[in-house]
Design a protein around this ligand. Structure first.
Ligand code: B1M
Length: 781
């Protein structure tokens, strides 16, 4: 069987779950170890799937990476070798996919693993996969697109194997880190995977609207491998709620929508796959076709730039900007991220990032600033450099599909830039100049554009990823030529539907009152077909021109955006840069400075209660409403910790001879929220209590052990999520079973007095102050 004879020609059928089949045997070991310990079991599972009709069987290697295997003292190479040998021993006319799941650690900025570390784990796996004879690589069940990108790059750079990649989505139609279907498609197609799609988490009955989006936007064959519904635990067994007949019926509907590759995920067995095998023979196959979207994206936001007008903010470019230049030299990332944030607030939808200061390590600075900006800001970036190494690294570490600024019609420019664009996936600004400079006539500029387009095509880059810049000249010096630029713009828009950009403000160079010329030229250029203006978003004139143009050109439907901008005064938070604003936007340096200043004349508890908690509540609300996503939530939390650290520094140290009772504090198991618990800790310490802080996500038995060891008589528990209240309840129950003289205080945003009474806690404290009041009067035995 040959993949290229199958792919996009007929329905391809994958196998079903490996884990669920293993569980049926009541085996309780790491599944990957069974490749060494019980190869016959794995062999028999593969056999069942082959007999059921699977075209592709998946190796038992989902977690076979050296992070997960570390504690078992076995290398991923050995596990993969055995897994592929087992699959090969039963292989008939079918292909073998090397199965790769996430590493099991969060990648930066959400966790501590770097992009490069993640890449190295995957590299070992993919090299082994190719060495021992896998036919393709299946990256599956990913929820972080950045981690998936590191895996795909490791496969592209170290093997020649075809790559399939699927991500797992929640009910809210995003992955857990905020990526939606369009963004996944934009990034994965940029990376040139051979098939992409969704797996796990939801049953096929819940995947309809996700599949509609996949079919609408993907130009790459689509895989769907659903779970057999939701898992339920009965008598120690995991039961899935969709049987094979129901699964088959739901999957048939998905196949009819126009997907190309099917298979099963958790809870499915050979019975499910057999039914899908029969169904695929009855359903007409629809091959995927090129959708031609000009997508660019961050990790959570995607625009089709060929539609509508998208503003590129030009201000992260040190040319002529002394302060930014200095900030770049000093690696002052906060200055740079602040500039990014301001432009976003002003209406930029894409940000140009240029680190071109002579005699600095531009490469290092570009990587650093991209990482910092993408931590805080969720709009796509444009990587701006003349240095190919900088462009290469910028694209490598960017979490999304960026724009590159720029290539031009010179042979060496195209030879250098296009392979990099093709490798990582990006759009690229194409300057219509060549070895002879900027041509004066429209015909010559168009010839250059056509040459760029044709050369790009040879590298496998299509027109949809090109943005043409017909170059703005100063009207003071080249009045005729400038007019030429506008007519070229209008001609190419109407004839070729090219994406176009212009650095608008060059037009007024050398003339007085530049503003008037800039904004008038901008309006003319927009009318001529400019769809990606590069402008200074702090110029109200320019923003007003674009906002009003969008109304007049029937783009801003029902004038909605216009009204929202101009009908009432916008919050002027931005100008004030309040502590609230800095926490919300993750501005750490500024937060520290403002907190220190505020603490000079404000009570620390007032800062906590009136600023810190309300701001985190606001952030939590925005997170719930999907206005911001997990990486931004994390940045706010990290910034809130800075406020807290300063508050702690400010509180006086107490004389240790004065210590009162011992109190054990913990956030309950499953819950990693500890900001509130830490506040309680500091306040109580400040009043002389000796705190034994067990940290967050603390298992009940650890608390019990500590009570025994320390002889503490008070336990304080914190929980922030409805889902962890049950662990709080269990912990209280277990403490009560073992000790009859312990006072238990509970608190946290989801806890109530009624809940405290219902689980037998002694006291519910709304905040740290209430906890303190209770402790001051409670009699201890
Ligand atoms: Co998350 N989170 N979070 N989060 N987070 C909430 C709680 C959430 C309500 C946000 C939302 O959706 N609106 C939601 C829970 C929904 C639910 O209930 N089911 C949520 C979620 C879903 C999640 C994740 C699952 C997100 C994800 O990964 N997809 C994940 C959880 C992972 C896990 O725990 N297993 C997650 C992660 C995080 C961050 C890591 C990013 C970060 C925490 C960082 C940290 O704590 N080190 C974070 C944050 C910051 C929040 C919000 C925005 C703020 C929490 C906070 O620190 N508040 C929160 C939304 C919100 O609460 N509005 C949210 C400020 C703090 C001072 O208040 O802790 O209530 P609080 O403490 C107060 C009082 O309650 C009391 O005193 C304190 C001050 O006076 N108190 C006690 C607390 N403990 C006490 C103990 C006592 C006495 C008083 O005696 C012992």
């Amino acid at each position: 069987m040959n993949l290229s004879n199958l792919l996009n020609k007929k329905f391809i059928l994958f196998d079903g779950a490996m884990g669920s089949m293993i569980q049926k045997e009541n085996i309780n070991t790491l599944p990957e170890l069974l490749n060494l310990e019980n190869p016959n079991l794995i062999r028999s599972i593969h056999k069942k799937y082959i007999e059921a009709g699977a075209d592709i069987i998946t190796t038992n290697t989902f977690g076979a990476n050296n992070h997960k295997l570390k504690k078992y003292n076995v290398d991923s190479d050995l596990i993969i070798k055995n897994a592929i040998e087992i699959a090969k021993s039963v292989q008939k006319n079918n292909l073998i996919a090397l199965d790769i799941g996430p590493i099991g650690r969060m990648i930066e900025p959400m966790g501590k693993m770097t992009f490069d570390e993640s890449y190295e784990f995957f590299k070992k796996q993919v090299i082994a996969g190719e060495k021992y004879g896998a036919d393709l690589i299946l990256f599956e069940t990913f929820s972080d697109i950045y981690e998936l990108k590191s895996g795909i790059l490791s496969a592209k750079e170290n093997t020649k194997l075809p790559i399939f990649a699927t991500m797992t989505f929640s009910d809210d139609k995003r992955t857990f880190t905020g990526t939606d279907i369009k963004t996944m498609i934009s990034v994965l197609e940029g990376l040139n995977v051979n098939a992409l799609g969704i797996n796990c988490s939801l049953g096929p009955d819940k995947m309809g609207s996700l599949v509609d989006k996949l079919v609408k936007y993907s130009s790459t064959p689509i895989i769907v491998q659903a779970n057999a519904g939701l898992p339920d635990y009965k008598n120690g067994n995991t039961i899935y709620n969709i049987n094979s007949n129901e699964y088959n019926e739901h999957t048939k509907k998905l196949m009819n929508k126009g997907i190309q590759i099917i298979g099963g995920c958790c809870g499915t067995t050979d019975e499910y796959i057999r039914k899908l095998n029969n169904s695929r023979k009855q359903i007409p196959f629809k091959p995927v076709f090129d959708k031609n979207y000009s997508f660019i994206s961050s990790y959570s936001k995607t625009y089709d730039v060929s539609k509508n007008i998208h503003i590129i903010g030009e201000r992260i470019n040190p040319t002529g900007k002394k302060k930014l230049r200095q900030a770049i030299i000093e690696e002052n990332m906060e200055y740079i991220t602040n500039l990014a944030l301001k432009q976003k607030e002003e209406g930029a939808e894409i940000l140009d990032v240029n680190m071109g200061v002579p005699k600095i390590d531009e490469n290092k600075l570009m990587i650093k600033s991209i990482k910092e900006i993408q931590k805080l800001i969720d709009i796509p970036l444009q990587i701006d450099s003349t240095n190919i190494e900088v462009i290469d690294n910028g694209l490598r570490y960017y979490n999304g599909k960026a724009i590159i600024n720029s290539v031009n019609g010179k042979k060496n420019s195209m030879e250098e830039i296009f392979p990099v664009i093709k490798k990582y996936g990006a759009m690229v600004i194409c300057l219509t100049l060549n070895e002879d400079g900027i041509p004066e006539t429209m015909e010559k500029r168009l010839q250059i554009a056509k040459n760029i387009e044709n050369t790009a095509l040879k590298y496998g880059i299509s027109k949809k990823d090109l943005i043409f810049d017909f170059l703005v000249l100063a009207v003071s010096a080249q009045q005729n030529e400038l007019y030429n630029t506008l007519s070229t713009l209008s001609y190419v828009k109407n004839t070729y539907n090219y994406n176009t950009t212009l650095g608008v403000s060059n037009v007024s160079f050398g003339l007085p009152n530049r503003k008037i010329l800039n904004r008038t030229f901008l309006a003319m250029a927009l009318q001529a077909g400019l769809n990606l203006p590069i402008i200074n978003t702090s110029s109200q004139d320019m923003m007003d021109t674009i906002n009003s143009y969008k109304v007049l050109a029937n783009i801003d439907k029902d004038c909605k955006k216009y009204i929202s901008i101009y009908s009432e005064q916008k919050e002027e938070e931005l100008k004030n840069e309040t502590l609230e604003y800095c926490i919300e936007n993750g501005l750490k340096e500024k937060t520290k400075i403002i907190t220190i200043e505020k603490l000079k004349n404000t009570d620390p508890l007032e800062i906590i209660n009136n600023i810190l908690i309300p701001t985190l509540n606001k952030v939590g609300d925005k997170y719930e409403k999907e206005i911001i996503f997990l990486p931004q939530l994390i940045q706010s939390a990290e910034t809130a910790k800075i406020v807290f650290k300063e508050i702690k520094n400010k509180l006086p140290d107490l004389d240790s001879s004065n210590k009162k009772d011992k109190i054990i504090l913990a956030t309950v198991e499953g819950d990693i929220h500890d900001i509130g618990k830490n506040i309680v800790k500091v306040i109580l310490e400040n009043y002389g209590y000796e705190i034994i802080d067990l940290g967050k996500d603390v298992a009940c038995n650890k608390i019990i052990e500590k009570i025994q060891d320390s002889k503490a008589k008070i336990v304080g528990l914190s929980a922030l999520m409805t889902t962890t209240l049950i662990n709080m309840e269990n912990t209280v129950k277990e403490i009560r079973k073992k000790f009859d003289d312990i006072k238990i205080i509970i608190g946290g945003a989801v806890v109530t007095k009624t809940f405290a009474n219902s689980i037998g806690a002694d006291f519910y404290a709304k905040d740290a102050r209430e906890a303190l009041k209770y402790l001051e009067k409670v009699p201890l035995n």
